[in-house]
Structure formats: structure tokens, C-alpha cells
Design a protein around this ligand. Structure first.
Ligand SMILES: *Cc1c(COP(=O)(O)O)cnc(C)c1O
Length: 384
């Protein structure tokens, strides 16, 4: 497939493979890895990273929505796919039809799934979401909830495979309290003799910083993509994604001329301005307007004026010789003076996960495997 655009992300599957191996080595062979590929695999393209993940230590793929799970199922018939979010009652039949692992936190949904199971001779697999303080999804932590979960574990047409919670990551004491509350609830449920195959609570940060909380399964996202936010421990993961574009236009402007909407930026000297074909419709934050920077020829150049939907301008007055076609790195891994995703996310006033999950499908993906271009994916022109 042709690239057709000069704004694209490079996904280094060799690095992702190494990251997966490091995670597997770190947690040991007895902890299942439910690799989180929601948000189109944090912008990396869920479908095209799935095999690298599953062939290098991944046990399950985890997503947020039914639609993300359905997208994966179209290509991967055998993989275990876990929907961590809520699926509305009327769509639960798709979850059963496609053998997804479904998150639930009500007896109502347990009954619907059990009924769907008996109709289709299946035992739908569920993981119960248990809220230990995040206050997003899940059973509230109380005896009533525990009693109801015990009833669910007794339903015949339901495979209650797991129970899980999620850290708010509000510091050491808060994390320990959440973990203890979770384990107390699990213990009470398991006192009936029922045993969960998977109990899990750790995302990326907690899996690395609190290995003692890993239990039977972890749900890492960020670390697969080489993003480090953990603080106490370390593993040598590497960033997988690089966001690139090229100079499309160069011009000299006079002192006092404005650039972009509202002339929010005005040249304080005669300047050389380059135009880049990337904007917020590609997922490049409009918030880069004031503090954004990019790297070309190993030097940093500031974004000037308002970053637009499809284009933005940079001041290259101090980098001599810039020409149309010069390669620009928007976010790299920090080497060669590039902005790491961490650094770029600060300039864009967001966090690392958002910065990459927001890269849209207008931006083609280039996959590197065994040090070579393995695949070019242009979502908009892909054969369907
Ligand atoms: C997104 C998500 C994760 C993964 O989070 P990271 O910080 O990227 O590791 C884990 N569990 C749940 C429930 C999530 O929604």
C-alpha cells in the first residue's frame, strides 16, 4: 500500500516485542497478561499490534467497548478478548455470540447473560467489576454487593471466571487500602467454596511498582507501548511510536507580520516560517499553539500561531537551509533532540496516554518488523 501522506506514525513492532518480553520476565510465568489495546491500541492500531502482543507473552486482549472487541474478533477468531467496560443490556448478545469475556457488575446483567447462554448452549465468561474507591464502574464495596456476587457465582449458565478492581493511584496508603478492601471482599466470596480463576487489580504503573499486588492477572496498557510512569521500580521498556511529518512550504516574512488565526503570533524579526501538514484532525493537539515544538535536522523549532485542524506553522529562522520535504519529528523517543511522548504531552497540556490515543485514523501507520517496513496502513483508503 502507498503511504499517500507525509504525516504518519511509525510503529516499531520489534520494540513492542521486547517490551512484552520484559513485562513477561518481570511478572513471571504465573501471572496472566491481559494486554490493553483500547483506543485503537493507544493509537498504535489495535489490529496490527495484536499478534506481536499475543506471540510474545500476551494471554488476552483487553478493550473498553463492545465495538473494539468486535473489530478484533473480525480478524482474530481464537484470541481471548476481554471487554473491561460496560455493555448495554440490548447488546450483550453480541458479547455471547463472539465469546467475549464480559465485565459485569449487576445481577440483572448476569441473568441476561445466563439466559443468552442457555439459548445458545454456551456459558458466557464474565469478570465481576468490584469498586474499591475509584467510583467509576463496579459493585460498591459492601456486604450487600458481596451477597449478590455470591448469588451470581451460583448461576449455572455463567462462567464467573474473574473479579477485578482498579487503582486510583492516589498514593501508597490509598493503593494499599484499595488492595486490602479488594482482597477482603474476594475472601468473603471465596469462603463459600467458590474460587475465581483470575483476581486482578493492576494496570501498568501498579504492576511495576507493586508486584506484590499482581495476583493472577495484570492489565497493562502504557508499558506495552514503552511509556514509563512507574516510580519505585524500573524495567527497560522503549517507546514504540514516532509521529512524523514533512515540511510542505517555506516562506520569508517581514517583522510585524502575523501568522495563523487572529494573528495571535506576530514576527518580532524578519522570519522564516515553514508549514507542516499536520493538525488537530490528525490528533496533534491544538494546545500546541503556544508552547509546542518539533524537531527537524536535529534542532527544535517552535510552533507559531494557532495550530489549525490540518496544518501548523513553525519558526525555522534559526535553522538555516530548511527546505520543502525536510523530515519533521513531532514526537519521537527523545533521541536526536526529539520530544519524547512524555515531553510532548506536557507541552500539549495532556498526558502520555491521551496524546497517542488521540492520533486519528486520518494518519497512516507504518509498521516496522525485523528492522524493515512490514506494512503500511492507510485506514481511509484501505480495501474493504
Ligand atoms: C485503560 C485501563 C488499563 C490500562 O491502563 P494503563 O495505565 O495504560 O496500563 C487497565 N485497566 C483498566 C480497567 C483500564 O481501563
Amino acid at each position: 500500500m502507498e503511504l499517500l501522506r507525509d504525516t504518519y506514525v511509525v510503529i516499531n513492532l520489534d520494540r513492542m516485542k521486547e517490551n512484552m518480553k520484559l513485562i513477561r520476565d518481570y511478572v513471571g510465568k504465573d501471572v496472566a497478561i491481559a494486554a490493553v489495546v483500547k483506543g485503537n491500541g493507544y493509537g498504535h492500531g489495535a489490529l496490527d499490534i495484536a499478534e506481536t502482543i499475543m506471540e510474545n507473552g500476551g494471554d488476552y486482549l483487553a478493550v473498553a467497548t463492545l465495538t473494539e472487541a468486535l473489530e478484533l474478533r473480525k480478524r482474530f477468531k481464537e484470541y481471548g478478548i476481554f471487554i473491561m467496560g460496560y455493555t448495554p443490556d440490548e447488546y450483550l448478545r453480541h458479547s455471547v455470540d463472539n465469546d467475549f469475556i464480559q465485565c459485569i457488575f449487576s445481577k440483572r446483567q448476569a441473568e441476561i447473560l445466563a439466559e443468552l447462554g442457555s439459548e445458545s448452549n454456551k456459558r458466557p465468561i464474565v469478570h465481576i467489576k468490584y469498586d474499591t474507591g475509584f467510583n467509576r464502574l463496579g459493585y460498591r464495596d459492601c456486604q450487600e454487593s458481596i451477597d449478590e456476587i455470591i448469588e451470581i457465582t451460583k448461576m449455572e449458565n455463567l462462567d464467573v471466571q474473574g473479579i477485578f478492581s482498579h487503582f486510583a493511584l492516589a498514593g501508597d496508603p490509598a493503593n494499599r487500602k484499595q488492595f486490602n478492601d479488594f482482597m477482603n471482599a474476594v475472601e468473603k466470596i471465596e469462603e463459600t467454596g467458590f474460587k475465581f480463576r483470575y483476581k486482578h487489580i493492576c494496570d501498568s504503573i501498579s504492576a511495576i511498582d507493586y508486584p506484590e499486588f499482581n495476583l493472577d492477572m495484570i492489565r497493562p496498557g502504557a508499558i506495552i507501548y514503552g511509556l514509563k510512569s512507574f516510580r519505585k521500580n524500573d524495567i527497560d521498556i522503549k517507546q514504540v511510536l514516532t509521529f512524523k511529518t514533512k515540511v510542505y512550504h517555506v516562506k520569508e516574512i517581514k517583522k510585524g507580520e502575523g501568522v495563523s488565526y487572529n494573528f495571535k503570533w506576530k514576527a518580532e524579526r524578519d522570519s522564516v516560517i515553514a508549514t507542516l501538514p499536520v493538525g488537530y484532525s490528525d490528533g496533534y493537539p491544538r494546545n500546541m499553539t503556544e508552547e509546542g515544538m518539533v524537531t527537524l535536522r536535529g534542532e527544535r523549532a517552535p510552533i507559531v500561531g494557532v495550530a489549525c485542524m490540518d496544518q501548523c506553522m513553525i519558526d525555522v529562522t534559526d535553522i538555516p537551509g530548511i527546505q520543502v520535504g525536510d523530515e519533521v519529528v513531532l514526537y519521537g523517543d527523545g533521541s536526536n533532540n526529539t520530544l519524547s511522548i512524555e515531553e510532548a504531552s506536557k507541552l500539549g497540556k495532556t498526558n502520555k496516554n491521551e496524546l497517542i490515543a488521540r492520533i486519528t485514523r486520518r494518519t497512516p501507520r507504518v509498521y516496522i518488523k525485523d528492522d524493515r517496513v512490514y506494512k503500511i496502513l492507510n485506514y481511509l483508503t484501505e480495501e474493504i
